[in-house]
Design a protein around this ligand. Structure first.
Ligand SMILES: Nc1nc2c(ncn2[C@@H]2O[C@H](COP(=O)(O)OP(=O)(O)OP(=O)(O)O)[C@@H](O)[C@H]2O)c(=O)[nH]1
Ligand SMILES: [Zn+2]
Length: 323
């Protein structure tokens, strides 16, 4: 056990309410409590922590206090169903896993993408259950604007959209995913039933073991149903997946309505060409964005559904109180 009094570096690998599991450089994991509000950490945070003095831990030792959260490279915001904010920090990318069934909500997808863009985190979209041929074809078609965003050439597309069939072609999917994940920390998000657990089990064969007794102890006998967990894919601990429950309404309240356009690449591509520099793209004359929205007569480069979502979010962010 580490010496009391020392400040040690660690990585937050799980959070359960205010408690965190901190992993130190040697791979050892222990429960830590934040010292105060300022040291409230989220998964992915690098922290300085201090072991509890002998006899002071509430458990069987192996506990500590988070003394400081190191500066974050980025912070991913979302809101869960009970309207509290949840976060993960220091991410390289966000993998949004949706499926042919259950039918995905385009609005939820758009929100998650906007949240990623706003935090300057690269999003990656995967559509699972390609074995369900007809529902998959419909879902793939609905993703057309996302598959083609930012240009017609493959290399210029803003989002990467990957077809998967995790239960039917696991090894093939693993080979497709691993190079995209290697050396990075990826937050996996997806609606219930899309195959998130299947994905984690495919990529992290010892997921249960990694979660370990510590997290199980924290979860049991407590009303903690949601927890965010970081898993290492490789033994060298360079490639990480963060599994976070809840893909409900994404609170985007940290954004102002005027931030939306730059977080939607298809809209951002034309937002600079409007007659008014502060165009909202809702009603102004000379709006280059509205000129690009598809209609029955013209294909346009902005799909009608994306423009509708833009309008809905703009209204939501204009009205809702900030908290
Ligand atoms: N047909 C088909 N079914 C799949 C595929 N991947 C996952 N499933 C099934 O979809 C269901 C949901 O998969 P899970 O991995 O539990 O999904 P989840 O996203 O973790 O769902 P929650 O636990 O509700 O959050 C399970 O019955 C899986 O067997 C696939 O590629 N094809
Ligand atoms: Zn405009």
């Amino acid at each position: 056990m580490a010496e009391a009094g020392a400040r040690l570096e660690g990585l937050v690998v799980a959070s359960h309410g205010r408690h965190c599991v901190v992993e130190s450089a040697d791979g050892q994991r222990r429960i830590c409590h934040p010292r105060g509000k300022k040291s409230q950490a989220v998964v992915g945070d690098r922290v300085l922590w201090q072991p509890a003095a002998p006899g002071q831990g509430r458990g069987q030792g192996d506990e500590g206090t988070i003394e400081r959260v190191q500066e974050r490279r980025n912070l991913f915001y979302r809101q869960d169903e009970v309207r509290t904010k949840s976060f993960a920090a220091n991410l390289d990318q966000v993998l949004i896993l949706i499926a042919a069934e259950p039918v995905f909500s385009e609005s939820q997808l758009a929100r998650a993408l906007i949240a990623a863009e706003a935090a300057q985190i690269t999003p990656l979209i995967a559509l699972n259950k390609s074995d369900l041929v007809e529902p998959f074809a419909r879902a793939w078609e609905r993703l057309w604007p996302y598959r083609h965003m930012g240009g017609e050439q493959d290399t210029k597309h803003h989002y990467r959209v990957l077809p998967l069939s995790l239960t039917e072609s696991g090894p093939v999917d693993r080979d497709a995913l691993l190079p995209l994940l290697a050396g990075k920390t990826t937050l996996v998000l997806g609606p219930s039933g899309s195959g998130k657990s299947t994905l984690v089990n495919l990529l992290v064969p010892h997921a249960k073991a990694q979660t370990g007794e510590i997290s199980q102890a924290l979860n049991s006998g407590r009303h903690t149903t949601t927890s965010t967990q970081l898993y290492w894919i490789d033994e060298a601990r360079t490639t990480a997946l963060i599994d976070s429950p809840g893909f409900q309404e994404f609170g985007l309240r940290h954004l102002a309505p005027a931030d939306l356009a730059r977080c939607m690449p298809d809209i951002a591509a034309h937002a600079g060409e409007c007659r008014f520099y502060n165009c909202t793209h809702l009603h102004e004359p000379g709006c280059a964005v509205r000129a690009q929205v598809e209609t029955d007569d013209s294909p346009g480069t902005i799909s009608a559904s994306r423009y509708r979502i833009y309008g809905e979010l703009f209204a939501e962010l204009s009205e809702a109180p900030r908290y």
